[in-house]
Design a protein around this ligand. Structure first.
Ligand SMILES: [Zn+2]
Length: 418
């Protein structure tokens, strides 16, 4: 289907900030509306948007139409809440284009920010209106600036929850120092800390610079090991979590080993990222303690490391253990704007299309502590919407056929009139 870029998008790309603050009310008339709940889509419903919020949703004729509202008719389109990707890296680009080491060691922060502006636009226009960006990978606090730019209309991008630099155990991340002369001070992809005191300091420094989330690495491949091994001690993890939670911030933990996952869960973290080698007992512990899993199947599928084959098995174990499963793709490892790949893989590996969509809407919103505001079409919620040709609640591949994106109450992508 032919797509045109709406006037609002043109203005935004031209640098005209008013596109982001337009207050013209909208009445959207899709073929069906899926509100983000377990109920199937409703045919013949309309959604009213005013002042950046959803004013009403329901059968046509039952909702009040604001004066001067603009009608948008969307035949054969399913309107959904704007999708959420709970694990991205806007400041990375696909490893198939440039290796992670080269991005961190060769590219200036300015170069990476310029690319990230395009990545933010590609993400939003794919229907992902909110992201949790989990680490700048050597680009400092640039994610805080990107978040502000998306908020104030300086760039077109999703709502962002950011983790800034992320925190790793000293010597346990990358670029690996082996292979370089030992007196070379290599920049690292995250902030290094060792011991409870340094970990607490790192958390406090990142919070002071604008982090919404704290991201820790509970395990990684380091030194001479080709396999991931636990990095932080139980006490270091617990100290980080206590400091973040005291300040009202949540904690995301990269963990691919069963031991790294177990320590993180016992430390009281909020989400486990990847979890590729989690065992049944650890997933039971996660379910008991309401620790959510972000499986990042798309990243595993992209890089195909030796441990990648395990991801499908772990995902099924997590499903069977009734772990809360959110949706996050690790976009950046692969191209931004291809975020829907994660939902396709969730369905290939045992979720129904509806379960995958719930993960990427209401579950991710709950993980972000934004239930009722994001990931739902309901009166009073933020007006972030996506529309797809066909019905993604029956066929997840419909997510690749974007018909409309509404972000902060403004149309940023729209179907051409027939
Ligand atoms: Zn990641």
């Amino acid at each position: 289907m032919k797509l045109i870029v709406a006037l609002a998008l043109f203005l935004a790309l031209a640098g005209a900030a008013p596109a982001q603050t337009s207050t013209q009310a909208l009445v959207l008339h899709p073929a069906r509306v899926w509100t983000g709940s377990a109920a199937p889509p409703h045919e013949g419903w309309v959604v009213v948007v005013a002042d950046g919020r959803i004013a009403a949703v329901g059968p046509e004729g039952s909702v009040r139409r604001p004066a001067n509202a603009r009608d948008i008719v969307l035949p054969n389109v399913t309107l959904t809440p704007g999708l959420i990707d709970a694990h991205t890296h806007l400041l990375l680009r696909a490893y198939s284009i440039e290796s992670w080491d080269d991005q961190v060691l060769r590219d200036s922060e300015a170069t990476r920010v310029i690319r990230a502006v395009g990545a933010a636009r590609d993400t939003l226009l794919a229907g992902f209106t909110t992201i949790r960006d989990l680490g700048t990978e050597g680009a400092g606090y640039a994610d805080v600036s990107l978040r502000q730019a998306a908020e104030n209309g300086a760039m077109l991008g999703p709502r962002m929850f950011v983790a800034t630099r992320a925190i790793v155990a000293r010597g346990a991340y990358a670029p690996r120092r082996t292979g370089y002369r030992p007196d070379l001070d290599l920049p690292q992809g995250a902030q290094e800390a060792s011991g409870e005191a340094e970990v607490v300091t790192a958390v406090r420094e990142q919070m002071a610079r604008g982090a919404d989330w704290i991201k820790l690495y509970a395990d990684y491949r380091f030194g001479n090991s080709s396999e991931s091994r636990p990095t932080f001690t139980q006490a270091e993890l617990a100290a980080a979590v206590a400091t973040a939670h005291d300040a009202g911030l949540r904690v995301a933990v990269h963990a691919v080993t069963d031991e790294g996952m177990r320590r993180a869960v016992l430390a009281g973290v909020d989400t486990i990222e990847h979890g590729y080698n989690g065992g049944a007992e650890t997933f039971r512990l996660m379910a008991q303690r309401h620790v959510a899993l972000i499986p990042t199947l798309a990243a595993a599928d992209t890089v195909r490391r030796p441990d990648s084959a395990a991801f499908a098995r772990a995902f099924r174990l997590a499903l069977a253990a009734h772990v809360v499963i959110g949706s996050g793709s690790d976009a950046g490892v692969f191209a931004h704007g291809q975020n829907a790949r994660e939902l396709e893989l969730m369905v290939e590996n045992g979720m129904t299309p509806m379960q995958a969509l719930i993960a990427a809407t209401s579950t991710d919103a709950a993980i972000l502590n934004r239930s009722g505001h994001l990931g739902v079409i309901a009166p009073g919620a933020d007006a972030d919407l996506a529309g797809f040709v066909g019905d993604p609640t029956r066929d997840i591949t419909a997510l690749r056929n974007v018909a409309i994106v509404v972000s902060r109450g403004v149309v940023v992508r729209a179907m051409a009139p027939e």
